[in-house]
Design a protein around this ligand. Structure first.
Ligand code: NAG
Ligand code: NAG
Ligand code: NAG
Length: 215
């Protein structure tokens, strides 16, 4: 009895899934409109209270990638996920103004995409949060001012500092040791020379004498 119930539930689920995938979803919840000159498509997602980017690059959004104009102004967007705009290869115009952008490190993708695409559409974007950059223009912010971008760097720097410091320290010790060994060996050879020649003839002369002998 239970088994039958489960399988019928599963059947309904599969039916629902089939229904939901079978129906075409033209870029929900935005409006797809043809341009007046019929040259391309406008995806109008403006003033829709969106809190997240609509899935422009996903399978859910049939032929969204062919749009030429994208309107996302006057929503509640705080960020654009990494790669979300990469598939829009026919895009000519965008409007992202009037959204409460959260300008932390994760907005870098969006900022760099816009810098590449059009400085003009980046110019009128303002950060709404975090507090440190509230009301600042997104275009004016550097990576260092975006929260979360800067933190890992000092740790790395410190790592480098200690590694270099250790290397330099080891190098100095090796140099000092080498110098000591050199001095000690010099001392030994001069002592040996003195033993060979009690009248303290400089080494060079001994060398010369030996040369003459061999001739
Ligand atoms: C986009 O849609 C909004 C309503 O959701 C409408 O007011 C606006 O005029 C449309 N914009 C364009 C360019 O069609
Ligand atoms: C912005 O969107 C809200 C609804 O989310 C709407 O009431 C308002 O009129 C829109 N403003 C502009 C300037 O389009
Ligand atoms: C956008 O602005 C930046 C700096 O403000 C500049 O380096 C870059 O060349 C500009 N890009 C375009 C396409 O105008």
């Amino acid at each position: 009895m239970n088994k039958v119930k489960i399988s019928s539930n599963a059947g309904i689920l599969v039916m629902l899934l089939l229904l939901s995938t079978a129906q075409p979803k033209p870029c929900p919840p935005c409006l797809c409109e043809q341009q007046e000159d019929l040259r391309g498509w406008i995806l109008n997602c403006s003033s829709m209270g969106l809190k997240e980017m609509p899935p422009l690059s996903s399978e859910l959004c049939h032929s969204c990638h062919t749009i030429n104009i994208l309107h996302l102004q006057n929503n509640s967007l705080t960020t654009v996920p990494l790669g979300a705009l990469d598939n829009l290869i026919y895009l000519k115009e965008v409007d992202f103004s009037n959204n409460p952008w959260h300008c932390d490190c994760s907005i870098l993708y969006f900022k760099q995409w816009l810098e590449d695409f059009s400085n003009a559409s980046l110019a009128n974007l303002q950060c709404a949060s975090p507090a440190s950059v509230k009301s600042r223009a997104l275009s004016q912010l550097t990576g260092n001012e975006l929260e979360g971008c800067r933190k890992p760097q000092p740790i790395k720097c410190l790592d480098f500092f200690w590694r270099d410091f250790a290397l330099i320290f080891v190098a100095i010790i090796v140099l000092i040791l080498a110098r000591c060994i050199l001095q000690y060996s010099k001392k030994l050879t001069s002592q040996a020379a003195r033993k060979l020649h009690p009248f303290e003839v400089p080494l060079l002369q001994i060398h010369d004498l030996e040369k003459q002998k061999s001739k």
